[in-house]
Design a protein around this ligand. Structure first.
Ligand SMILES: [Zn+2]
Length: 274
């Protein structure tokens, strides 16, 4: 009975719509649902990288959405391997200079799936200390779960082309491109102290939008990041005290440069050797 009744109502509705269109009496200002061309998934992934609220909504969508391109969605954990020969050749004389006290055997080459700024899962690479390789994979697996967006993740050795008068060393060149990286045998900029990056025990994440900043002088590095010294902006991939990404690192005993007094290194997490 109900079905029959519904059919009649449906038929009447169709007819009335047809008639109103023919008469030209449909309301011109009625909103029409059209595909805007920008997927909600993309916007969600970018704008809510710092929010755990996104999980529920995303999970409910996952029944109908297609798998992200280029990766099996079940493959959320990265992998580690000894530094491949071709990568060693690339690093020699750049991130691994002559006279480095760290050897390739002290390091691990990671392949890490992560969300990029277009809401897609892509694979990046990072070199870290072999001692913390598994922990770093744990961390980035969690960052993938919360859909934290990372614009680029490649070794600093691929950024020599960006060294110029403004970005006058390789670290600044890589930062200027918002490239996330870890190992680089070097001193802390402006000092003689060996950086934790030299041991593969520090990671800089989205370094352009999470710059190094000295409040007392107003100095910002990289030099194209002055607009990001203000931390009240809701940017994809921004790192702030108490954010989910902050908790993921801190709960494992890492330090965050944004917690330092005097100078702020918002991109920088480190776990010095004990
Ligand atoms: Zn750093």
């Amino acid at each position: 009975m109900v079905c029959k009744y519904m059919k009649i109502v449906g038929l009447c509705l169709c007819l009335s719509l047809l008639i109103s269109n023919f008469c030209g009496c449909g309301r011109q200002d009625e909103p029409i649902q059209l595909n805007s061309g920008v997927s909600d998934e993309t916007i969600d992934a970018i704008s809510r990288g710092n929010s755990k609220d996104s999980e529920t909504k995303e999970e409910s969508k996952s029944e109908t959405k297609e798998k992200p391109e280029g990766i099996n969605v079940a493959e959320t954990r990265g992998s580690k391997q000894p530094i491949p020969q071709e990568i060693r050749q690339k690093m020699k004389g750049i991130s691994m200079p002559e006279g480095a006290t760290v050897t390739f055997d002290d390091l691990s080459y990671l392949t890490i799936p992560h969300y990029d700024y277009n809401g897609k899962i892509v694979k990046g690479h990072m070199v870290v200390s072999v001692e913390i390789a598994d922990e770093v994979l744990d961390i980035f697996e969690e960052l993938l779960e919360i859909k934290f967006p990372i614009e680029k993740m490649e070794l600093v050795d691929y950024y020599t082309q960006y060294i110029d008068e403004t970005f006058n060393n390789l670290d600044r060149a890589s930062m200027s491109q918002n490239n996330t990286s870890a190992f680089y045998y070097r001193v802390v900029n402006g000092t003689n102290t060996i950086s934790n990056h030299a041991y593969g025990r520090a990671i800089d994440i989205n370094p352009k939008i999470n710059p190094y900043y000295v409040p007392a002088t107003g100095y910002v590095s990289p030099a194209n990041a002055y607009q990001y010294a203000s931390r009240n902006q809701d940017l994809p991939g921004i790192i702030r005290h108490g954010d989910p990404i902050y908790e993921i690192f801190i709960s494992r005993g890492w330090e965050w440069g944004g917690d330092w007094s005097g100078e702020k290194d918002y991109q920088h997490f480190q776990k010095p050797p004990r």
